[in-house]
Design a protein around this ligand. Structure first.
Ligand SMILES: C[S@@+](CC[C@H](N)C(=O)[O-])C[C@H]1O[C@@H](n2cnc3c(N)ncnc32)[C@H](O)[C@@H]1O
Length: 237
């Protein structure tokens, strides 16, 4: 099995759990005033499903073709079509892809939900120049490659939204709630990209096996293991 397919299968388990617990509905509630959503990194489609069920049109961009295949099947099994969602294979870190999305599509909000768990070590060579362009130095990247990658993707989501003149919605998973009093990161993006407002919301939740990667206990995959998490919602307008 390829790494991409393994990732898609593992993430699908976590995403289905999030869907069934209503966590994607909670995320979608923040978007009720927006019609068309550009979703960055749709994974296997459970987040997309929660959006179309509430009447949004979705343009979903995803770099893992195995995720797209599973997302397409999920949406079509549930009765949705190209009129509800368009899937595009592509990497949001690439200028050509972002420019193409800006020029070809109309959308009201860019969302980037839960990109955090995607990192694997093989990606460092390709993404290092992008992370340096974003403004991290080599020491920061080496110390925290996964969060460096996550920041890179969130930054690109905000950059895309700001260039298009639309809102941006970020969902991050952590262990602590973030409020305007404790935030030392997200408000810097508000200023960098000239958003007028920033809204914080948090939801205490849990995740199967750390989210996206099932834990092994004594050599056995344990899909029941729950991990306490906090979903952090950041909405820029
Ligand atoms: C943890 S999943 C989250 C999926 C969905 N947003 C959700 O909340 O269920 C992150 C997804 O982002 C995709 N992704 C990561 N980096 C990306 C990039 N540079 N461009 C497009 N998609 C990306 C991954 O392939 C993965 O499917």
């Amino acid at each position: 099995m390829t790494d991409e397919l393994l990732y898609a299968n593992q993430w699908n388990t976590s995403a289905q759990y999030f869907y069934e617990k209503g966590y994607y509905s909670w995320m979608e509630e923040k978007l009720s005033s927006f019609n068309t959503v550009l979703e960055i990194g749709c994974g296997t489609g459970y987040s997309t499903l929660a959006l179309v069920e509430k009447g949004h049109q979705v343009i979903a961009i995803e770099k893992n073709m195995d995720c797209i295949t599973q997302a397409k099947k999920l949406l079509s099994d549930k009765g949705y079509s190209k009129q509800n969602v368009i899937f595009i294979e592509g990497d949001i870190a690439e200028d050509d892809i972002r420019n193409d999305l800006i020029n070809r599509f109309e959308f009201d909000v860019v969302i980037c939900w839960n990109v955090g768990s995607y990192w694997n070590r093989k990606m460092i060579e390709y993404y290092l120049p992008f992370m340096l362009e974003y403004g991290l130095d080599r020491q920061q990247i080496a110390a925290n490659p996964e969060s460096s990658y996550s920041e890179l993707i969130i930054w690109n989501a905000c950059r895309l939204a700001s260039t298009k003149g639309v809102a941006a919605h970020i969902i991050d998973r952590g262990t602590k709630a973030i409020t305007k009093h404790t935030d030392s990161y997200y408000y810097t993006l508000k200023d960098e990209f000239n958003f007028r407002t920033i809204e914080y919301n948090n939801k205490v939740a849990n995740s199967i096996s750390g989210g996206g990667r099932m834990l092994s206990t004594n050599g056995n995959v344990n899909s029941e293991e729950k991990v306490d998490i906090v979903f952090v919602s950041i909405l820029y307008k």
